[in-house]
Design a protein around this ligand. Structure first.
Ligand code: F0G
Length: 483
C-alpha cells in the first residue's frame, strides 16, 4: 500500500518530494530543510480533538500509554506495530497561580508545561520516539547526534531500550562539546551505554562533524534537522490543549536553541487549523539567551522573516560571517541553548509567521532568577527552561502579553539536569571547586567513559571503527539559512 506520509522540501520554489524511506536531512535539489507531510484525505481523522481522550482513560495498548502516539492520527507515518515507545510524553501542565502572582498575572492564567517529567528528563523524548520509530522501520543500526546534553541523554536511553521487544538493538553514538555539557546530562549518556565522543569544540562544531560522519559512515542522524523528530515534538502542543480541555491558550512561550521545538509547534497548529480541529492559533514567543541570540538578532533586530518561504539569506550569511570574523562563540549559563547557528532557522521563521510570533533575548542573570522562581513556586526546571519564564516577565513588562492573557510556558528540562547551576546560584560558591581532590580512579565493571577526539573528521571516523580512505563524497557546505 502507498504510504500516507512523504517528505517535502520547504522551499516554495522547489517543493521536491521524497518517500519516507529516503534518508535525507536537506533537499537534494536545493539544500533547504525537509518537512514530513501527509495525504490527510487518505487517513481517518477524528472530527474533534476530544476523540483522543478515551485513549488515555483506557490505556488499552502501549501506544495509548505514550503521550505522543495516543495522538497517532496526527503523525501517521508508522503502523502501530512499528512504533518504538518507552512511555514518553506523560507530562504535566501545572496551573501556576503562585508564580503568576509573583509576575503580576491574574490567577488561572499561567500554565507551566513540565517536559522535564519525560523518562530521560527533557522534551527530547517526544521527538526521539518518532525518529527511532523511523530508524527501526528503515532497518538502521547506528544512530547518532550532536548535543548540548539532553538530545544525547534521550538518544542514549532509547538506543539502550531499542531491543526491548525482541528487535535488534541499535547503537547510540553521541557527540558532545568539551566542557559544554551539564553533568546530569553527561552522566545519563554514559550510564545508558552510548558511545560518547567528546569533541574539542562547541555544539555547532559537533553538529557539523556528526553530519559529516553520518554522511560518510551511514549513521542515522537524530538531531532536530531530522524532520521526524519534529513530528513527535508536535505532541507537546496536543497535550497542552488536552490539559486545557481543548481550549487554545493566548500564548505559548518557549526557549530557543536549535529551534526545533518552536518549528514543531508552528507546524502542529497550522495542521490542526487546516484540519478544522481548532478555530484559532495561539501566539508564539521564542526566548533566546543574550549570549546565543541569533534568532533575536535576525528576526527582531534585522527584520528577517519567513517571507512566504523566500527567506533573506544574505542577512543570515552576513551575520555568520561577522561571527566567524570576530571569533564569536555563543556563551550562556543555559548550556542547553548555547547555539549560534540554529539548524531549524527557516522553519522557526515559518512558525513565527503562522503564530504571529515575537522573539526576545534574556540575560543569564534573568534566566537564573526566573529559574529560581520556578523552583520556589513550582516543580523546578533547568536553566534553559527558566528562559521562557524570564521572557514572559519581559513581555508582561513591555505590555505585549497582558496579565489576563492565558499563557503556557514550556519548561523543557528537569531541575536535576544541572544541579551545579542551582547550587552555585543559591550559595554563590562553585561547590565542585571546594571538593577535596578525587581518590585514585577505580574502573567499574560497566564503566563507559567518554572518548576525547579532536575536531577532525578523520580522527572521528577512526574512533567509530573506520580505517582507510572515507567512502562517501565530502558533504557540501549547506547554503546558509537553508539547511
Ligand atoms: N531547552 C532544553 C532543556 C534543551 O535541551 C534544548 C536543546 C532547548 C531548550 C532548545 O530547544 O533546539 O528545540 O530550540 N537542546 C539540544 C540538545 C540542542 O542537544 O540537547 P530547541
Amino acid at each position: 500500500m502507498r504510504e500516507i506520509a512523504y517528505q517535502k522540501c520547504i522551499h516554495p520554489d522547489c517543493g521536491a518530494t521524497y518517500g519516507v524511506d529516503e534518508v535525507l536531512f536537506s533537499c537534494r535539489k536545493c539544500d533547504s530543510l525537509i518537512d514530513v507531510e501527509y495525504e490527510w484525505d487518505r487517513t481517518p481523522m477524528p472530527r474533534e480533538l476530544s476523540f483522543f481522550e478515551h485513549r488515555w482513560s483506557t490505556r488499552e495498548s502501549r501506544v495509548d500509554f505514550s503521550g505522543v502516539w495516543r495522538f497517532r492520527e496526527l503523525l501517521p507515518f508508522a503502523r502501530e506495530r512499528e512504533i518504538l515507545t518507552i512511555g514518553e510524553g506523560r507530562t504535566n501542565l501545572q496551573t501556576a497561580d503562585l508564580l503568576a502572582r509573583e509576575l503580576g498575572m491574574r490567577a488561572g492564567r499561567l500554565f507551566l508545561q513540565y517536559e522535564g517529567l519525560n523518562p530521560s528528563g527533557s522534551f527530547k523524548d517526544n521527538g526521539m520516539t518518532a525518529a527511532f520509530t523511523l530508524a527501526r522501520k528503515l532497518g538502521r543500526r547506528r544512530v547518532a547526534c550532536a548535543s548540548t546534553g539532553n538530545t544525547s541523554a534521550s538518544l542514549a536511553m532509547f538506543a539502550s531500550l531499542s531491543g526491548v521487544d525482541g528487535a535488534e538493538p541499535m547503537q547510540g553514538i553521541v557527540f558532545i562539546g568539551s566542557g559544554k555539557i551539564a553533568y546530569g546530562k553527561l552522566s545519563q549518556a554514559l550510564d545508558y551505554g552510548a558511545l560518547t565522543l567528546q569533541i574539542e569544540g562547541d555544539f555547532d562544531a559537533c553538529l557539523r562533524r556528526v553530519r559529516e560522519a553520518s554522511d560518510q559512515l551511514g549513521l542515522y542522524l537524530m538531531n532536530s534537522v531530522n524532520p521526524f523528530r519534529l513530528e513527535g515534538q508536535k505532541a507537546i502542543m496536543y497535550r497542552v490543549l488536552e490539559a486545557r480541555d481543548w481550549h487554545v491558550p493566548d500564548w505559548i512561550v518557549v526557549p530557543g536553541g536549535n529551534l526545533g521545538n518552536c518549528s514543531a509547534f508552528g507546524k502542529a497548529f497550522a495542521e490542526l487549523f487546516d484540519l478544522g480541529l481548532i478555530d484559532r492559533i495561539p501566539r508564539l514567543a521564542v526566548i533566546n539567551a543574550t549570549g546565543a541570540n541569533t534568532l533575536y538578532q535576525l528576526y527582531h533586530q534585522q527584520g528577517v522573516t519567513w517571507n512566504g518561504g523566500r527567506v533573506d539569506t544574505t542577512k543570515i550569511e552576513q551575520l555568520y560571517d561577522r561571527m566567524d570574523g570576530t571569533g564569536f562563540k555563543p556563551h550562556t549559563v543555559a548550556s542547553a541553548i548555547e547555539i549560534s547557528r540554529p539548524v531549524n532557522l527557516p522553519k522557526a521563521l515559518r512558525a513565527l509567521d503562522i503564530m504571529k510570533g515575537v522573539v526576545r533575548e534574556v540575560s543569564d542573570e534573568e534566566i537564573l532568577e526566573h529559574k529560581a522562581l520556578v523552583g520556589r513556586y513550582g516543580f523546578g526546571c533547568e536553566p534553559a527552561s527558566g528562559a521562557s519564564v524570564a521572557g514572559l516577565h519581559l513581555l508582561l513588562k513591555e505590555g505585549v502579553i497582558h496579565p489576563d492573557d492565558s499563557v503556557v510556558c514550556i519548561l523543557t528540562g528537569h531541575e536535576l539536569k544541572d544541579p551545579d547551576a542551582t547550587v552555585r546560584y543559591h550559595t554563590g560558591i562553585d561547590m565542585k571547586a571546594t571538593e577535596p581532590p578525587p581518590p585514585q580512579p577505580v574502573r567499574g565493571r560497566y564503566a563507559n567513559p567518554p572518548i576525547k577526539v579532536a575536531d577532525d573528521l578523520d580522527a572521528i571516523c577512526k574512533v567509530l571503527g573506520h580505517t582507510g580512505p572515507l567512502p562517501g563524497p565530502a558533504r557540501k557546505t549547506a547554503a546558509i539559512g537553508r539547511s
